[in-house]
Design a protein around this ligand. Structure first.
Ligand SMILES: [Ca+2]
Ligand SMILES: [Ca+2]
Length: 333
């Protein structure tokens, strides 16, 4: 990590929401202790910077908090076609701050299981209606990601506060959804494919139509295997072509109506923000029972579809950041 990622980057975006970004931090688990001392400096710089925003009720409010993600704690790319394009020092930095400004790119989570864990610089309150926006990669097809949240119950700024709580989406009770799923991917041989085996003993290969097996493994170096755990959602696409020589992959009708990242034109997609909106009231515990969360500080987004859809290759969630929508100008969405 370079110092500029940990210390303040000042900027402004008065045109859209009068928000002045005060700080940008990237912390990894191993780097947390080293950054404890300079974090004090960051805190000072944040406290010296405040901005006004228009709340839902039209009032002008002042806050020194960022609406956007300020920290990335962990980022693991799932095997997929972009593996060789993910720089070795890529830590999901594009997930931090306001999306798309200054040519900033999106964050690709890769194939099933790939994830990012990130945090806000404050607790996001659960108020009536949606609370969090997860920005999409604009202008492409839906590639659903599962969203989890966590409160900072021990107030240490680290997501170490018990299990991740899933925001229950429309396919939570779909018979094809598999909860507590786990897949181990294995390094391909010289000219073979990435192979995989799941927790139920099922196995297969990731057959790329872009790049090679070794290309898809390139992000894992000398590792012989990588394991991901999470929720497996139903296949998102089907080949509707009647001609075996032609592939016509289309979204499966009726799925992913709400509750997933990178889903376009569904019930919770906000066109102005180019984001899916999530209500913290949809959080459930491991048994699926609803929780009554009052606030959260951390978010985890994970690629949820385990499917190689022909020339589309793997279904991989791509996202461009997240926001506490209570700190966005209402006029921006
Ligand atoms: Ca904590
Ligand atoms: Ca809410």
């Amino acid at each position: 990590m370079v110092l500029k990622d940990a210390l303040s980057i000042l900027g402004s975006d008065a045109k859209h929401n009068r928000w002045v970004r005060c700080t940008r931090q990237t912390l990894e688990w191993s780097e947390y202790v080293l950054l404890k001392t300079i974090s004090f400096i960051v805190i000072l710089s944040v406290s010296a910077c405040s901005k006004e925003l228009v709340a839902v009720d039209g009032s002008i409010q002042t806050t020194d908090k960022s609406p956007y993600i300020t920290k990335v704690f962990d980022y693991q790319y799932g095997p997929g076609q972009h593996a060789q394009l993910i720089p070795s020092n890529e830590k999901g930095v594009a997930f931090i701050g306001e999306p798309w400004i200054n040519g900033k790119s999106f964050t690709s989570l890769g194939g099933w299981g790939g994830y990012i864990i990130a945090g806000f610089d404050h607790a996001v309150n659960n108020t009536t209606g949606p609370d969090i926006a997860v920005y999409t990669q604009p202008s492409v097809g839906s590639e659903p990601g599962v969203v989890y949240v966590m409160a900072d119950n021990n107030n240490d700024g680290i997501p170490n506060d018990g299990p991740w709580l899933e925001l229950k989406g429309s396919e939570y009770n779909n018979p094809q959804t598999i909860h507590n799923y786990q897949v181990t991917y294995y390094k391909p041989g010289a000219s073979g494919y990435v192979t995989w085996k799941d927790v139920h003993g099922k196995e297969g290969s990731l057959v790329p139509q872009f790049g090679t097996g070794s290309w898809w493994w390139s992000g894992y170096g000398d590792k012989s295997s990588v394991t991901f755990s999470g929720e497996k959602l139903p296949d998102a696409y089907s080949n509707t072509s009647k001609d075996p020589a032609v592939q016509l992959w289309m979204p499966v009708s009726g799925l992913f109506r709400f509750g997933y990242a990178e889903c376009y034109d569904n019930e919770d997609y906000n066109v102005k923000l180019k984001a899916n909106l999530f209500d913290l009231s949809t959080a459930v515990d491991a048994s699926g029972a609803p929780l009554n969360l009052s606030k959260i500080s951390f978010i985890k987004v994970q690629s949820g579809v385990f499917q190689i859809a022909g020339w589309l290759n793997e279904i991989s969630t791509e996202i461009s950041g997240a926001a506490d929508i209570h700190l966005l100008d209402k006029k921006s969405y």
